[in-house]
Design a protein around this ligand. Structure first.
Ligand code: FES
Length: 498
């Protein structure tokens, strides 16, 4: 069998294996395009006996890169002994904090309890004592990234026979997080007897290895909406197989239990005022509470704000340009970790476009004066990137406007908009208004609430009586269909301009 050496460590792999597969779980690369050779994000440096560059590699890699041995791991096959060098990725910035104080009213566990937010890109978790003491927090990337950045490619892989592998990979990541939490707290994972995992509908399907066929085609009627208690063992939590694991109820195929949890934490459905919530990720999930009714919807924003899909996009890890500002007409960029810039993450893209609009290097139709335009050498944005962000920002803004319109409201009547989720936490709200990601009318009343899904999961862990309340809320929510909705289509087209 050929020998594959990864960063100096040798292992044997079957001949002819795809390099991305050969790297295995330990060195799993994120594959935003699900290994289709389209995104160019699985670049690695290789020497030795591997297949010759294919057409896709010749398109995505420069002559110089190919000469230096840079290859796409998803398009390269191991033919004999070879070596690979992987760059240290550095830790991702994962939002663990919410803004909600959690009281332990009726804890759903006796010894130790864990709240988990299972996101498409990242996982975040907290460990509690039954008296509500927060013992530890931890985050990790979602390892399902190797099946694609978006849920659609993972659903496809699940339907193509990889259901068990997808479930096992995320269970392993949750196990790892629980172990980290227990270690930080000086406790044992075997003492974890209660867990709540909030995630979007697709993530809960993939975790529980539920056949996701219903999520893959119209009319997208989820045949399992959760609001269930399972045992740790049933979902592969080897570290605490007897723990009672509660999966909160989802509202529909596209508005998941993460939004149920976030709504609970935001408290917007407990008041008399009209309020809204939005979580911006690969999907923009949003809701409006008006007149004791909850309307919600989800728009496909694409992975632009999660850092994938853009020519130099990356998640918020070391080396990512995360903030950009103008000073005397000159662009200044901040890089996570203060070192060399390697790419740009969602919050950086929003800032960069707002600055380029101000300097008139970008016009209102989205045309770049220079293509590509350097943001912070060597990080740049090209015309295709701008078009992708236009589609994404317009989808989010149009979704919010459609909800307000469908509820028969205008923006003066909306008392506030809570922005939940990791991306929202790092977002410069003024710039989000400038590029048309959030409606300008509501900007003065926007509040950022951090990882509200994790806050909500903690609430459901520490106060069991909230479970039926949240399930009722999810059950009675009305999902506004955006597909073929003329109101949405109008706002979407209008919102494409800057
Ligand atoms: S090009 Fe290899 S994962 Fe996208």
């Amino acid at each position: 069998m050929p020998k594959l050496t990864v960063n100096g460590k040798e292992m044997e792999v079957p001949g002819g294996i795809r390099l991305s597969e050969a790297l295995g779980h330990e060195h799993a690369l994120a594959q935003p395009c699900a290994g289709l050779g389209r995104c160019g994000k699985c670049r690695v440096k290789v020497t030795g006996e591997v297949s010759l560059p294919c057409e896709q590699e010749k398109k995505l890699l420069s002559v110089q890169e190919l000469a230096e041995g840079i290859r796409l791991a998803c398009r390269t096959f191991v033919l004999g002994d070879c070596s690979v060098w992987l760059e240290e990725q550095g830790p991702m910035e994962i939002r663990l904090e919410g803004n909600r104080t959690v009281e332990a009213e009726h804890p759903a566990f006796a010894k130790l309890g864990a709240a988990v937010d299972l996101g498409t890109t990242t996982l975040a978790a907290r460990l509690y004592r039954p008296d509500g003491t927060l013992l530890a927090e931890a985050g990790a990337p979602n390892p399902q990234g190797r099946w694609g950045a978006d849920v659609i490619s993972r659903i496809q892989s699940s339907m193509n026979g990889e259901r068990a592998q997808l479930a096992a990979s995320v269970a392993e990541a949750i196990n790892g997080l629980l172990e980290t939490l227990a270690k930080k707290a000086g406790e044992n994972t075997a003492s974890i007897d209660g867990v709540v995992i909030a995630g979007n509908t697709a993530m809960l399907y993939l975790l529980t290895a539920t056949p996701p066929d219903a999520l893959s085609h119209a009319p997208f009627d989820a045949d399992r909406l959760f609001g269930e208690v399972l045992s740790g063992g049933e979902i592969g939590l080897a570290s605490c197989p007897d723990a009672k694991v509660y999966l909160p109820r989802c509202m529909s195929a596209f508005v998941g239990a993460d939004i149920t949890a976030a709504l609970l934490a935001s408290g917007i459905c407990q008041g008399e005022e009209t309020r809204m919530l939005v979580d911006i990720g690969t999907n923009g999930e949003m809701a409006v509470w008006h007149d004791h009714r909850l309307l919600c919807c989800s728009t496909a924003a694409g992975p632009a704000f999660e850092g994938a899909g853009l020519s130099m996009g990356m998640t918020g890890a070391v080396g990512a340009v995360d903030h950009v500002r103008l000073e005397d007409g000159v662009i200044h960029a901040h890089v996570i970790g203060e070192g060399e810039p390697r790419g740009i993450c969602g919050s950086g893209v929003v800032d960069a476009l707002a600055c380029l609009l101000e300097t008139e290097d970008l016009d209102e139709t989205g045309l770049l004066e220079d293509d590509p335009t350097v943001v912070c050498d060597p990080v740049s944005l090209n015309q295709k990137d701008v078009r992708m962000v236009q589609l994404a920002k317009s989808a989010i803004c149009a979704g919010l406007r459609t909800l307000v319109n469908t509820a028969g409201l205008n923006w003066e009547k909306v008392a506030g908009l809570s922005v939940a989720g990791g991306f929202g936490s790092y977002l410069n709200l003024e710039n989000a208004g400038k590029i048309g990601l959030l409606p300008e009318e509501i900007l003065p009343r926007v509040r950022v609430i951090g990882n509200a899904s994790l806050d909500g999961a903690a609430l459901l862990l520490l106060d069991e009586t909230l479970r039926p309340v949240s399930e009722q809320m999810a059950m009675h929510a009305h999902t506004v269909e955006l597909h073929a909705n003329p109101v949405f289509a109008n706002y979407y087209t209008e919102g494409m301009l800057f």
